[in-house]
Design a protein around this ligand. Structure first.
Ligand code: AGP
Length: 615
């Protein structure tokens, strides 16, 4: 949602903070700012627009400071403006703070403080918190030897409802950053005679060799060479220091124009990483130790429930088809944000799964917490090692897809579906699936990176097709069976990076109303890779053609659409089990090239952020 960095050490803080913000800009990018401690005072610079604007604004500032905090914003409360950008400074000038999250009770706090003479400049919820910290600092009640700075932050947070990841400076404590988290990720980076904070490991830009992941309701007092962590209720916390695997954090563009383009083309290797060590030739099954479940526990599972958001939810919907088809277990998929408040009845032998690329999506995290509160075993499939969801689940699997920076998720989707397919295979081979059926799926998984690479070879053709359709303002994406969730995903991709209205729909269902949208101005993108219903998808194409709609079809049977589709994207014929993973590739490329043709900011689309850590 927003990106936070902080630095305290021996080096000039400003360039380090800016470098970290550039690495975190995918998390939010409508404005940015930083605060430094200089000559006993807080020095703040804030700018709307990208981090580069802030970088230009501080470039001429030669006054050195070795401690600072910074922020790149995705607006929640208050429009995009310099005054609403972070850091925010308390009206007594004593505290500067950056915040990621939402203070739900900020109005009550603001009224309380205004009645006591505090003043406000911005429309943000965050400014209420920094003034509440100042209030608690001024009105200290205890004579404990606890550091007054830490105590003021801790006491203020006890009145906060909502979520926060914060870093705070105070000129009376020139060598200390106080940081805290609840619901929004915050990590402490440990370097040589320097400490940092960041919303994401990437924000350390290779400087930290080890990290401490703050957990909810923890407050840290951080100096250049040490760190103390307590709970918000002042109970000391034993924390674990973990090494950083910088290979997983590679974020260079590698010759591509955009991260999204790079990540689409990385899918063969991302799939190799997701599959590696998880399939067994000898037993024709999958080996998924991370599930932390014995064979007998797995055999007792009567139902699987998935919760996720956005693209991850589409991966769950794809998994629903695969698991029900191969493992013969009923699967339910719920929007995480709905599950949390809907109180849907869950069967006692339900295995509860969450999928989340970032491992920080608050809707998904809270849905998992709700399931755990009800006593269900919760497993997580995430792409972020050490993320909150991965740490709070009862077990799960990492995707090992490598950092996904483009806001529009691509390689995360295909690796999530591949992992869910392996889960379906594992459960199926413990029940009714034969050795030979299992073997066919194992072979398909081993061949999958090459199959996806084959689909990627259509990129030049897809780019040409995209240019032809880039000016349209509405699109239908149609698929059946496990290509219906692929249609949903294709529509989301086009929407979120090219701002074209697009809708994913089951192909046959389209004639029950949605077909009214079909016309020359509304093209349709069809997925047709299931031989068992190929003729039915051909019929849907004919219905569209008859109404003047243009048709793009991604299919392993181009002949079936000759003279019918306006544009055909040939795909390799693959095993049904991996079909949705291959089918999504042309839709990803189509969305990418349309957005490029329309001059959109592919990696940082308007209004979006990579990880949505607010409700
Ligand atoms: C997908 O392209 C979007 N960026 C968004 O829908 C995303 O999938 C969703 O916010 C879930 O994110 P997560 O996988 O990190 O939980």
């Amino acid at each position: 949602m927003c990106g936070i960095t902080g630095y305290v050490g021996l080096k000039n803080a400003s360039p380090i903070l800016i470098e970290g913000l550039h690495k975190l800009e995918y998390r939010g990018y409508d404005s940015a700012g930083l605060a430094l401690l200089k000559d006993g005072k807080i020095s703040v610079c804030k700018r709307t627009g990208r981090v580069a604007n802030l970088e230009a604004a501080v470039a001429g500032d030669n006054a050195k400071s070795t401690i600072g905090i910074s922020h790149t914003r995705w607006a929640t409360h208050g429009g995009v403006s310099d005054v609403n950008a972070h850091p925010h400074v308390s009206s007594d000038g004593l505290f500067a703070m950056v915040h990621n999250g939402i203070i739900e009770n900020f109005r009550g706090i603001k009224t309380f403080l205004e009645e006591r003479g505090y003043t406000f400049k911005s429309q943000t919820d965050s400014e209420a918190l920094v003034n509440l910290i100042a209030y608690h600092f001024k009105n200290r009640t205890s004579d404990s030897d606890e550091n007054r700075f830490l105590e003021a932050v801790r006491k203020a947070l006890r009145h906060v409802e909502g979520t926060y990841g914060i870093a705070v400076l105070c000129p009376l404590f020139p060598g200390t950053i106080v940081a805290a988290r609840k619901g929004s990720p915050l990590i402490i980076g440990i370097g040589k005679n320097e400490r940092m904070v960041s919303s994401d490991v990437l924000g350390f830009a290779g400087r930290a060799q080890s990290v401490i992941y703050l957990d909810d309701n923890q407050v840290a007092s951080i100096s250049a060479d040490e760190c103390d962590i307590v709970s918000v209720s002042n109970v000391p916390v034993d924390f674990e220091v973990k090494d950083v695997d910088w290979a997983l954090e590679n974020d260079d563009l590698g010759g591509f124009k955009h991260y999204m383009q790079k990540e689409i083309f990385e899918q063969p290797s991302a799939l190799e990483n997701a599959i590696r060590g998880r399939i067994s030739d000898d037993e024709s099954t999958a080996k998924l130790d991370g599930l932390n479940m014995t064979p007998s526990e797995l055999r007792q599972v009567d139902r699987i429930m998935f919760c996720a958001c956005g693209t991850a939810l589409h991966a769950c919907k794809t998994a629903e088809y695969l698991i029900e088809k191969y493992a013969r277990i009923p699967v339910e998929v719920e929007y995480a944000s709905e599950f949390r408040y809907r109180n849907s009845p869950i069967d006692k032998n339900t295995l509860f799964f969450v999928l989340s690329q970032s491992g920080e999506t608050l809707d998904t995290l809270e849905a998992m917490r709700e399931a755990r509160r009800k006593g269900y075993k919760t497993l997580a499939i995430t792409n972020a090692v050490g993320s909150t969801i991965s740490r709070e689940s009862d077990g799960g699997l990492y995707q090992y897809a490598g950092k996904e920076i483009g806001v529009a998720s691509t390689k995360a989707f295909t690796s999530q579906v591949a992992i869910c397919l392996m889960m379906a295979l594992k459960i199926a081979r413990m029940r009714d699936m034969s050795f030979s059926e299992g073997r066919a799926i194992v072979e398909a998984l081993k061949e999958l990176p090459r199959s996806v690479a084959e689909a990627l070879k259509q990129a030049p053709l897809i780019e040409k097709i995209a240019k032809k359709y880039a000016s349209y303002e509405k699109f239908l994406f149609l698929g059946r069976l496990d290509e219906y969730p692929v249609a949903l995903e294709g529509a989301l991709k086009l929407k979120e990076i090219s701002y074209i209205y697009a809708e994913g729909y089951p192909a046959a269902e389209m004639k029950h109303g949605t077909i009214a949208l079909v016309c020359k101005e509304c093209p349709s993108f069809l997925f047709a890779n299931s031989d068992e219903i190929m003729s039915k998808v051909v019929s849907s194409a004919q219905e569209i053609k008859a109404r003047g709609g243009s048709i793009i079809v991604a299919t392993h049977d181009p002949k079936a659409f000759e003279g019918l589709a306006d544009d055909i994207i040939p795909l390799p014929k693959v095993h049904d089990a991996v079909r949705p993973i291959v089918s999504v590739v042309p839709a990803q490329l189509f969305a990418y090239y349309v957005a490029v043709e329309r001059g959109c900011d592919v990696d940082k689309p308007r209004n979006l952020a990579k990880a949505v850590t607010v409700e």
